[in-house]
Design a protein around this ligand. Structure first.
Ligand code: RB5
Length: 150
């Protein structure tokens, strides 16, 4: 499984922690930056390429980090086919995949501590969409909305 990861300055340090975690878990990684910390950088510059890679299925899942995780979630969800959510608890980290086929987890580098963030990512990457009829039906309604353009 290939995992994409991206962060602005607000998530820069946490991205390195998560990058190292993914290496230790032997995942293939696509890193969309930032590669240097720049306090003036803009999260869309990193999160949009990650979200495009998820939407195009160049990566299987994505991890998007900014200071709060809010901006990352907002911009990632602009891409059709992306189902991103800001996650702060373990239950939602896997249930969001199992029920909602969440394909990008958003984290707040200034909010979530490294130990918790690592547990959230571990739960997210191993979780699988259940494929249950009612969940597929709900996702189809979202796909229809995307096709209509809102
Ligand atoms: C950057 O200072 C901060 O606004 C950004 O990382 C993020 O929290 C936006 O949602």
């Amino acid at each position: 499984m290939k995992i994409g990861i991206a962060a602005d300055h607000g998530g820069f340090e946490l991205k390195q922690v998560i990058h190292n975690l993914l290496i230790s878990l032997e995942y293939e990684i696509a890193d969309f930056g930032a590669f240097e910390k720049d306090d003036l950088d803009d999260y869309p510059d990193y999160i949009i390429p990650l979200a495009k890679a998820v939407a195009n299925k160049q990566v299987d899942k994505g991890i998007a980090i900014c200071g709060s995780g809010v901006g990352a979630a907002i911009v990632a969800n602009k891409l059709p086919g992306v189902r991103a959510s800001l996650i702060n608890d373990h239950f939602s980290a896997h249930q969001g995949v199992e029920d909602d086929d969440m394909n990008i987890i958003c984290l707040g580098g200034r909010i979530t501590g490294t130990a918790v963030a690592k547990e959230l990512v571990e739960a997210f990457v191993v979780a699988k969409f259940s494929g249950g009829e009612k969940y597929v039906r709900r996702l189809e309604k979202i796909s229809q909305l995307e096709k209509l353009g809102g």
